[in-house]
Design a protein around this ligand. Structure first.
Ligand code: IMP
Ligand code: MG
Length: 210
C-alpha cells in the first residue's frame, strides 16, 4: 500500500530511456520491486489454485508485462515443485465505441472462441484497476461462458475518488490517485517502453497529449 504522501524515488537513482528525460516527475515503483512483488503473487496464486489447470487471459495492452512476468514466475515455481500446473494463455483487448462513453458498449476483442472454455478455471491478468468499471464489464462478459472459477490479478489498484467497489482477488500495489505510466502502462500509447512505474509530469502530459 503506497500512501498519498509517499515522495517516490528520484529519477536520478535509476536509468530510463533518454526520450523521456523531462517528462516524468518521479519513480513510484522501481522495476525490480515490481518483479519481486510479482514473484510473491505467483506463489499466492499457486497455493490457491490447487490442482486446477488454468486459462490465463491477459488483458491487453497494458497487462502484457505483468502477465508475462507472472506466467514466468508460475512456470518457475511449478517446475520446482511436485505439482505442475498446466496453463493456457490467451489475449483479450477491450474496445469501446468512440462516440459513446458508456462502458456497456465495451466489447471484448480477440481471444479464441471463449465458449470452448466452459468449466475451466480462468485467471485475468491486468495492469491496473481504477474505478473497476472495465473489470466489471469483462467479468459480466466471461460469466456467460460458465467458467468453473474466475480470479483476477491486477498489478495495481488505484485509490480513486469514485470507486465502484470492485477489488481484484490478487494485486501487487495499492497506489494513490495518480496517473502512472511504464511497465506497459501508457499515456496515449507512450511510455510502455519504460521499465519503472512512474508519475508523469505536466511537461510530459502536454508533449504527448492528443
Ligand atoms: P477502470 O477505471 O478500472 O475501468 O480502468 C480503466 C482503464 O484505464 C484501465 O484498464 C487502464 O487501462 C486505464 N488506466 C487507469 N488508470 C491508469 C493510469 O494511471 N495509467 C495508465 N492507464 C490507466
Ligand atoms: Mg491505456
Amino acid at each position: 500500500q503506497i500512501s498519498d504522501n509517499w515522495p517516490g524515488y528520484s529519477l536520478d537513482l535509476f536509468t530510463y530511456p533518454q526520450h523521456y528525460y523531462g517528462d516524468l516527475e518521479y519513480v513510484l515503483i522501481p522495476h525490480g520491486i515490481i518483479v519481486d512483488r510479482t514473484e510473491r503473487l505467483a506463489k499466492d496464486i499457486m497455493q490457491d489454485i490447487g490442482d486446477n489447470d488454468i486459462v490465463v487471459l491477459c488483458v491487453l495492452k497494458g497487462g502484457y508485462k505483468f502477465c508475462a512476468d507472472l506466467v514466468e514466475h508460475i512456470k518457475n515455481l511449478s517446475r520446482n515443485s511436485e505439482r505442475f500446473i498446466s496453463m493456457k494463455v490467451d489475449f483479450v483487448r477491450l474496445k469501446s465505441y468512440h462516440n459513446d462513453q458508456s462502458m456497456q458498449d465495451m466489447q471484448i476483442m480477440g481471444g479464441d472462441d471463449l465458449s470452448k472454455l466452459t468449466g475451466k478455471f480462468f485467471m485475468f491478468y491486468k495492469d491496473i484497476v481504477g474505478t473497476g468499471r472495465t473489470m466489471k464489464v469483462l467479468l459480466n462478459n466471461i460469466e456467460k461462458y460458465k467458467p468453473k472459477m474466475i480470479k483476477v490479478a491486477s498489478l495495481l489498484v488505484k485509490r480513486t475518488s469514485r470507486p465502484d467497489g470492485y477489488r481484484p482477488d490478487y494485486y501487487g500495489f495499492e497506489i494513490p490517485d495518480l496517473f502512472v505510466v511504464g511497465y506497459a502502462l501508457d499515456y496515449n500509447e507512450h511510455f510502455r517502453d519504460l521499465n519503472h512505474i512512474c508519475v508523469i509530469n505536466d511537461h510530459g502530459k502536454a508533449k504527448y497529449r492528443v
